[in-house]
Design a protein around this ligand. Sequence first.
Ligand code: LLP
Length: 422
Amino acid sequence: MSAFEYRNGKLHIENLPLEDIAREVGTPFFCYSTQAMVNAYNSFATALTDAGVKGTICYALKANSNQSVIQTLAKAGAGADVVSEGELRRALAAGVDPKKIVFAGVGKKPSEMAAGLKAGILQFNVESLPELEALSSVAKQLGVTAPVAFRINPDVDAKTHAKISTGKAENKFGIDIPSVRNFVERAEALPNIAIESLAVHIGSQLTDASPFKDAFERLAKLYKDLKAAGLPLKRIDFGGGLGIQYKDETPPDLSEYAKAVSDVMQDLDAECIFEPGRFLVGNAGVLVTETIYVKESTNRRFLIVDAAMNDLIRPSLYDAWHDITPLNQPAPDAEITPCDIVGPICESGDTFAKQRPLPEVKAGEFVAMESAGAYGAVMSSSYNTRLNAPEILVKGDQYAIVRKRIDYDTLIKQDILPDWLS
Ligand code: LLP
């Protein structure tokens, strides 16, 4: 059963009508389903088990780092993939076991490395020699050994949006395969480094299984070669990237994805790590907004809503599609007309959808922008001095505000006037 469905003419999240929450909390707001997140986690874990793959699912916090989301997934069994000291602190604060935390990212600072080393995390995914040298020197200062994964750039086209594609040679990510041996030699000479793992992540929102297969095969071959050459590897990190359905995409199903992993794991004696973000939370959340005005011009109808690009930037940044669903169920014979759904921000990029076929939505009525659980709230800003959209978590027939809307005073007081102005 989906976590979002019409019941008695009202769009529900689990057992609650979203409209009731909208009236109590005010719009816009993000709303997440516990059931949808836990189901996504369990289906990912089950697909791996069914394919005979043993591994740890390290939830990529960047998709949605609300403490309650992290904790919901951690309770289901997830570890964490973090990319900053802030995310590391969030994972630890939510109770994630440090031995299930991987630290990724091309630009970790020494202070961030120190935080990870002090916490005793599972591994640092290293992407360059200067980064490795910095990690070695921080670990030496602290008198510990840094567990390292080399993030490999397999030069595979993920066939996804250019801005979220990471596995081609021209991208800033990873170590290219021809350089790896030289890299290993130089790494082995560094103190306080234990090379334990290889990692890959070729991009996000992949809807085709073949780039995964290509990348995993290249990674597995390299793993075998390096191991045969005496490198004491014990883990492979397959990254994240599994796509979800926003519109009419058909992302690889979980069993196909798990098979791509088990196929290359056959004769490797290695533990596996996975770093899914979007898959676990994307379709578990919506952004609910109220229509402020319906503006009719000669050839165009605009729904001007109270959410904007500062709340959900994906349509402006990646031309991303999010389904837009009225909270009141339209009559089966409702007339469908195209309209543009836009926010109040003063630039034309503040558009959620153009010429989207929709039943009539009147001013004062609510719509949900779907699939907003991943890369929604985390990418929001206060552009145009707009207040943040609060985040709500639902479980059955209960809801809780898990991040509140801050008030204008708090927002404005973040600025500090210098002596010469006040
Ligand atoms: N691991 C690494 C090293 C990553 O860079 C990412 C995402 C993930 C895991 C999680 O990928 P996922 O499973 O969520 O696809 N803001 C963009 C997405 C950026 C993804 C960045 N890296 C969007 O809104 O589509």
